[in-house]
Ligand binder design. Structure first.
Ligand code: CO
Length: 673
């Protein structure tokens, strides 16, 4: 034990002898944001937060993180919930504990840099709606991307928490870029910007315990603001990292209530409370109150989300983070991408290429969205490059990065890669050196004009400005202009229990048993469930009779068969593998004219899809002249845009798909003759 930690209590009389700690570790609870974002794809609903909100307010957390990150996107897109309303609703139950949010700086709660006018209005409205602490980060640690949002936070008298994304290039902290000096300099920059606290944001769980000790000690000596540690559990190190950070004098630690803890999420609070009990850094939290909260979560809330938990692995630790420093989400993206291309055997090449691409792109931290940018480009290089040419297929986002649209990279981008990426780039071939948002035209008035009366206020207009397509659809649901689909409806505890029951029966082979009783009539209110048992898939209709579900029919479905087009009333994600047939089906090519057999019918050089994806747009139309190497079509794969060049010079003889179409690898997208 470090000399800094002293045990003050020797008896175990929990209530009477527990001294008030001189310097209690402060704790931010993340259950209602990062918790369900990390474990349940951010699908937590407001109605499932209310039952524990008041009890959680009583714990004594320094703050509760309840908003930001992916919540804004997920709520309006998948849950038919107004993101602004959640903040206001929870405020009615949580009256003492400050609220915290994750703000992606100029990216706000989206995935690109927004113009200054949108950024300002968004932060203003967030302050007005009740946010207290703004945890602000930039994927490149380029604090010029803070320059618009921070003055607004300050103007409203709110807490500006500046983050540094923790990343590394070596197995331990150090090396030429991400060494102790790098982080000290970042902390000083944040202090100079007026940070009320400074957060070490270890999003991939890479921070090792002894590095944490070293880092926190150095930060405490270098800057005045309190130091806050956000360290994901992913690699399994975080509970040890927390303890060493506490010994080094960290002020605030992030944790989750235990039902929301571990895996790619955060360590649980309860073991930490007991670890520090009776020491000079005792949290002072009542472990029995936490047990009561957990009971509600376990019995009434979590069963509704169990189907979203990735339980395909026994291990709750992702060892790849330790081996390759590849964050959990990024790795599964890479694997999916390779699988779609039938190239899973190339995973080792991808691991080898990844650090090289990352270095060439400026040794950037790997966090949303940079992890996707580096990951997808790596896969493209492994699949399409040859001995004579690298970076044969450069994504649109890599071009934006090379232009400077995300900000300044940790080291300069490789000049050759940069030059190649910017050849013919729409904004210009010369990269910018200014703050990225300076080259962005104002967006807010245009967005307001576009959405018109469908937005009742600025909050509505901002939903549209941030997410034009899904935002508009949400506003139509909100104002009754369109009926929201079944799959955005909440899942009830009864739904979850009924499904569990069916799954159990299906596994035991009981679903096919004939009932002794007469077959009841299937009612109109019967609900359809998809039940997945290993490779088999059953469609089951269920009627509610006197409260208990009665199976009225079971339809075995062949594996790989097309799933029903309409979304079933129960979320179909019961098993992740079960979504595959639908996904595979959706990806089947849909030629514009069914009769067209383009490759055979039209003579010329075909331009084929090098990977499965979705057509974003055609840059050339039928009859247009085209030079070899000119972009014909932009294809989106794994959220990244790929501009596909013409394989020959000539005229576009045929264009076989349209914007929004899904295509398979090898589909003929156009013919040049
Ligand atoms: Co996090």
């Amino acid at each position: 034990m470090s000399e800094d930690i002293q045990v003050k209590m020797t008896t175990m009389n929990y209530d009477k002898e527990r001294p008030t700690a001189e310097n209690p570790v402060k704790v931010e609870d993340l259950s209602l944001r990062d918790g369900h974002q990390s474990l349940f794809a951010t699908r937590g609903r407001t109605e499932d937060m209310i039952p524990v909100a008041e009890m959680m307010d009583d714990v004594g957390f320094w703050a509760m993180e309840v908003w930001g990150g992916a919540t804004f996107d997920t709520m309006h897109r998948f849950l038919n919930e107004d993101p602004w309303e959640r903040m206001r609703t929870l405020k009615r139950y949580v009256k003492k504990t400050p609220f915290s949010m994750l703000l992606r700086a100029q990216n706000l709660v989206g995935y690109r840099n927004y113009a200054d006018d949108v950024a300002k209005a968004f932060v203003e409205r967030t302050c007005e709606n009740g946010m207290d602490i703004f945890r602000t980060f930039d994927a490149l640690n380029d604090y010029r991307n803070f320059e618009t949002v921070v003055p607004v936070i300050k103007e409203y008298g709110k807490h500006f928490q500046g983050c540094m994304c923790y990343t590394m290039t070596e197995p331990r902290m150090g090396g030429e870029v991400y060494n102790i000096d790098y982080y000290i300099n970042k902390a000083k920059a944040l202090e100079n910007m007026g940070a009320d606290s400074i957060c070490v944001k270890d999003m991939a769980g890479l921070l090792a315990p002894y590095d944490a000790f070293h880092l926190i000690k150095a930060l405490k000596a270098a800057v005045k603001p309190p130091i806050h540690l956000h360290s994901h559990f992913t690699s399994g190190m975080s509970p040890m990292t927390h303890l060493k950070a506490i010994e080094a004098g960290v002020d605030i630690i992030d944790t989750c209530m235990s039902p929301y803890a571990y895996r790619t999420c955060h360590a649980a609070i309860e073991p930490l409370v007991m670890t520090l009990l009776g020491t000079n850094r005792d949290t002072g939290f009542d472990i029995r109150l936490m047990a009561r909260i957990n009971e509600v979560l376990e019995k009434e809330i979590m069963p509704k989300y169990r189907h979203l938990l990735d339980d395909t692995k026994m291990s709750i630790i992702d060892i790849n983070v330790l081996l390759h420093q590849t964050p959990g989400g990024m790795l599964s993206n890479l694997v999916n991408q390779l699988r779609e291309m039938d190239a899973l055997d190339k995973i080792d090449q991808v691991y080898a290429e990844l650090p090289r691409v990352r270095k060439e792109l400026g040794q950037i931290p790997l966090v949303t969205p940079t992890s996707q940018i580096v990951g997808t480009q790596t896969v493209n290089n492994v699949l399409f490059d040859d001995k004579n040419e690298r970076y044969k297929m450069i994504t649109g986002q890599v071009k934006d990065l090379c232009y400077g649209l995300y900000g300044k990279t940790a080291i300069p981008i490789d000049p050759e890669v940069q030059k190649k990426a910017l050849k013919g780039y729409e904004r210009g071939e010369e990269p910018i050196v200014c703050r990225p948002a300076e080259v962005l035209e104002p967006e807010l008035e245009k967005a307001k004009a576009e959405i018109g009366d469908l937005a009742a206020d600025l909050d509505d207009a901002l939903i549209y400005a941030l997410y034009p397509v899904t935002g508009k659809r949400f506003l139509k649901w909100k104002y009754g202009k369109e009926q929201p689909p079944q799959d955005v409806q909440p899942r009830t505890l009864q739904d979850a229990m009924a499904e569990q029951e069916l799954l159990k029966k299906a596994k035991a082979g009981l679903l096919v048993e004939k009932s002794d009783k007469d077959r009841p009539e299937k009612s109109e209110s019967s609900r359809t469930f998809n039940v997945f048992v290993d490779d088999d898939y059953f469609e089951v209709a269920v009627d509610e009779v006197g409260g208990s579900p009665v199976v009225s029919y079971v339809q075995p479905m062949a594996a790989g068969m097309q799933m029903p087009a309409a979304a079933p009333p129960v979320a179909p994600a019961a098993a992740p593998a079960a979504q595959k047939p639908a996904a595979a089906e959706a990806k089947k090519a849909k030629p514009k004219t069914p009769a067209a057999a383009p490759a055979a019918a039209v003579e010329g050089t075909p331009l084929t899809a090098p990977m499965p994806g979705m057509i974003v747009k055609y840059e050339k139309n039928e009859g247009d002249a085209v030079n070899q190497g000119e972009t014909v079509v932009v294809l989106e794969a794994m959220k990244m845009e790929n501009a596909l060049p013409s394989p020959a010079s000539g005229t576009i003889k045929s264009v076989n798909f349209s914007s929004g179409d899904s295509v398979a690898k090898g589909d003929v997208l156009a013919v040049i003759g």
